[in-house]
Ligand binder design. Sequence first.
Ligand code: URA
Length: 419
Amino acid sequence: MNIIDIILKKKNKQQLTEEEIEYVIKNYVNGKIKDYQMSALLMAIVIQDMTNKEINYLTKYMTLSGSKLDLSKFSNVVDKHSTGGVGDKTTLIIAPLVASCNVKVAKMSGRALGYTGGTIDKLESIENMKLNLTTEEFINQLDKIGIAITSQTTDIAIADKKIYALRDATGTVESIPLIASSIMSKKIAMGTSNLVIDLKVGKGALIKNIKDARRLANIMIDIGKNNNMKVICLLTNMNIPLGNNIGNSLEVKEAIDILTNKKDNELKTLCINLATYMVSLGLNISLKQAEKMVINNLKNNNAYKKFKELISYQNGNLSSLTKEEPKYIIKAKTSGYIINLSADFIGKLAMHLGAGRLNKEDNIDYNAGIILHKKNGDYVEKDEIVMSLYTKKELNLDINIITSNKKVKKEPLIYEVIK
Ligand code: URA
């Protein structure tokens, strides 16, 4: 067996065998297959796709490439994963909210690359946060306070870590087989038995249309079934940013506003929905009962108390989050309904301000970002403030807020739920 034959086989749209997939993953992890060869194979997969059988094998060997966490001593652990979007700070709200309902939340999160957010970067904007928990620390914390959030440890799904970095640098991120195997290998290795996936669809997401989202959802549900994991996918809108704040510390502040009941927006609605599915799975109760618990624990501050407990348990200092003054204010030049503040546009603008990184090595400015006072579809008067921009950079910005006289139809927040 050799890698060149395997690359050519995929290039010619042929199905790879289990042995070939095992060979690729093992030899890529041990360094015998080089980055340039793996890149060629990844691009062939992006273009020629994979069958469900191939995706299951790929997931299997990616999972086996690292160690496995044993969470079997806990009976009600639930995890949530987002495929990534702009302004997506749901984990910061949902994780403590669900944990406050006595469901254990074991969360291994990633960093942002490109303009889609990473929970670890957001949490790192809180001074002193410890986010590289050892397996022992992670399990002890889960036992003690019912919630733990850590960055991807080096020995879980090693192949995914290596492949994801390569995908990011070679334009091979947007591929259903590669996304499915990346997410599911990590979850299987983490010992997850219940998983709610927020599958983002739209301009600011990896998946651009509902047809692809349905296929990805069904593949992940199928992989879950083969691995004793219950998976529920919510297909949610990512044509516009989620909530009003984009950028690491700004997103933590918005999460706190939701947790302290100071704010009510579509971000809160989505969090309640995702948390309801998680609590229903974790406690094996009806959605109605779960929703009641979730809403109550948000209202009575139990979720916020759990958030504060989580932050202080992981050494974080919430008082480090100070109020910043915006560097630039963007106003509407015409009155009408806003039409051009799509998620991809805002995501790229936030990156430009310093909130994201183009390369893994880039430093980010934790306080950089955007507050959207108005969003697509909202009506603005001429000269009304639409955005506040936060950055350390001196920029020559020419941002035109485009408006229309016609009322814009509101898009759904949740397209569908697939179980
Ligand atoms: N999230 C992941 O963990 N992997 C992907 O490939 C895409 C989103």
